[in-house]
Design a protein around this ligand. Structure first.
Ligand SMILES: [Zn+2]
Length: 185
C-alpha cells in the first residue's frame, strides 16, 4: 500500500479516482492518512471536504488522502472507513493443474477464471487475462513442448494447428479457466 506520495501526487490521484480515470479490471479506493480506505462513491460524495484535507499535509480530520490502491494489490477483504460497505472481497486464488500430466499449473483467482470462461467467444477476455501480471508470470513458465503434448491429448487439434505456442497458451488458459469455473481442479 502506498502511503509515501507527496501532496501533489495525492491530489492528482484523488482527482483521477473521482473521475474514474483509473485502470480497468480493478476496484479502486482512496487510502486516507490513517491507512484506512474510502470507497469511490464516498470520495465523490464528500469530494470538497476530502480535497481540502488532502491539500493540507497537517490535516488530521481523517479525510486526507495519501494515495490510491486497487483490489489487485490487496490480499484481504476491504471495507470503506466512511460508509462501511465492502469495497472488495478478497478472492483467494485456487490451484489448477492440467488434467493429463499435471505438469502445467496455474494459480488463479476464481473471478479471473470466470471472466474468461463465460458462454460465447472468450478470445478477447483470454487475451486480456494473459496480460494480468500474476497470470503472465506463470504462463511464461509453461513449456511449449508440454503445452503441445497436453493439447494433443485433448484431441481437439492436430499437429499443424498446434504449431503456434502463443495460440496454445491461449487455448490452455481458456481450458484452465473453464476447469476452475466448473470446479475441476
Ligand atoms: Zn464508502
Amino acid at each position: 500500500m502506498k502511503t509515501d506520495r507527496s501532496t501533489t501526487e495525492a491530489l492528482r490521484a484523488l482527482r483521477a479516482l473521482a473521475r474514474y480515470e483509473t485502470h480497468g479490471g480493478y476496484v479502486w479506493a482512496a487510502v486516507i492518512s490513517d491507512g484506512e480506505l474510502v470507497c469511490v462513491p464516498c470520495v465523490r460524495a464528500e469530494y470538497r471536504q476530502i480535497f481540502r484535507a488532502t491539500s493540507d499535509p497537517s490535516d488530521h480530520s481523517g479525510w486526507r488522502v495519501v494515495g490510491t490502491v486497487n483490489s489487485g494489490d490487496s490480499e484481504q477483504t476491504e471495507t470503506c472507513a466512511h460508509c462501511n460497505k465492502v469495497i472488495w472481497e478478497y478472492d483467494e486464488p485456487v490451484d489448477w493443474a492440467c488434467g493429463y500430466s499435471g505438469r502445467l499449473t496455474l494459480k488463479i483467482k476464481p473471478s479471473d477464471a470466470a471472466s474468461a470462461s463465460h458462454s460465447g467467444r472468450c478470445d478477447d477476455d483470454v487475451a486480456e487475462l494473459r496480460r494480468v501480471p500474476y497470470i503472465a508470470e506463470q504462463l511464461a513458465e509453461w513449456s511449449p513442448e508440454d503445452l503441445r503434448r497436453e493439447l494433443k491429448e485433448c484431441g481437439a487439434w492436430d499437429t499443424a494447428q498446434l504449431a503456434d505456442n502463443g495460440e496454445n497458451i491461449a487455448r490452455m488458459l481458456w481450458i484452465a479457466c473453464c476447469d476452475v469455473r466448473d470446479g475441476n481442479c
